[in-house]
Design a protein around this ligand. Sequence first.
Ligand code: NOJ
Ligand code: CA
Length: 511
Amino acid sequence: MAKWLDNAIFYEIYPQSFCDSNGDGIGDIQGIISKLDYIQELGCNAIWLNPCFVSPFGDAGYDVADYYTVAPRYGTNEDIKRLFAELHKRDMHILLDLVPGHTSVQHEWFKESMKAERNEFTDRYVWTDGIWEEPQGMSSIKGFCDREACCAVNFFSIQPALNYGFYKPEKPWQMSMDDEAPKATLEAMMDVMRFWLKMGCDGFRVDMAHSLVKNDEDGKGNIILWNKVRDFLDKEFPEAAMVSEWGEPDKSLQAGFHMDFLLHFGPSHYNDLFRCDEPFFSKRGKGSAKEFVKKYNENYAKSGGKGLICIPSGNHDMYRLAKWFDTDELKMCFAFLLSMSGAPFIYYGDEIGMRYVEGLTSVEGGFERTGSRSPMQWDGSVNAGFSAARADRLYIKMDPDEDRPTVEKQTKDDNSLLSEIKRIIAVRKKHKALQSKGKLEFVYAEDYPLAYIRSCEGEKILVVINPSDKECSFELDARAEESIYRLGKGVTVGSGKVTALPQSAEFIKIG
Ligand code: NOJ
Ligand code: CA
């Protein structure tokens, strides 16, 4: 595993909405380059960039029409090469977004595949063998081309599913993973990876990584497939880093991914903490981290240190964290996110508590996700410093609130969320025990507070987090040596007991 993952803290950039350098209303690569110093000052040392390739943008770029070319609205391949160089100069790294499960209907492969006559790409996608034969358990499209068949789609109807085969083929049109066409699809995708890795990117975030091999309920086929990719990477690009959108680390890390995200869907109970009626991090103190911890422990044990379980503050598919929490509560969320094992991921704007913008019309297949994708709020200038374009030309409308948070305001304010996050990251960077691979042991997760011990090479750090507005305690035999971070009034350790004051968190070195 690449060494830099040991202390990686990721920042997710949705390129459309981060920084517009040429005033056309949409973010671009030059804009990202101009903000690298900001990301570095925040303390993040790695970026996950959402898809930036040629696309009709029916799903914000998750419908790729050309895997090899940067979408002109963001710049050119030369620009992204410059971005790689600028990052590496700062000892930072970048993962591009690989969308291997489907393409756009406008991709050249699909145009060929739609034809009635057989050609090289006939079997590149998952087609049935009759116009009335629908693939069971999958959505599909039909009747839009001369080919007498239905084509399975992976997500929206504009995203036909690439053919990696079926784990257990049951129908004549279902190929096995070892058939020539599915093997060629995988080869083609590895070529895409090779192209960008050679150009200087550091790895990939992989879209819907669990979904490539079909009829694969327990992930067995996809585990085989991704291990082939891992073998290829280990041979040709041993420093490459791969994070999966899978949400089941017990499977994805076995599949050879270096990291997997916990997500707002799937079995992880991630939502119990942040996104439900009574989230654990609310000061009402009615939530529970118990199921989350139970599942986390299972995954942690099963993955056996093989890879990292990563917890994101949010992403472009979820409601913004600030929809549930005020600033004090957000600070608690980050005290947790930034002291857990695995590499944390911060979604752009979450570091200043950007809000979910209500009532927006969908943009590029965003639907309810659109409100989490609004332009980054930099300062008090026009369009919050995101773009010099006329307000009605912006890709997505700004948060209209005059009091919206900005980087400028929060940089000046020592009490802001942004300042707090910088402090927490600085502490994490000083202590190996708090970083990606420091050992994690939960010591209390019954109700409030949540407590765990992070340890590495003889250093032991007790993390106690009490988001609730009530004092709470639990029994623990530990000797406090030194407090290395405190939020709120803090935590006391002694006489076999740990007591956390209301809305407090503390990281304490213990003997
Ligand atoms: C997951 C991506 O994060 C999401 O934005 C996209 O719409 C789907 N996969 C389909 O690619
Ligand atoms: Ca632009």
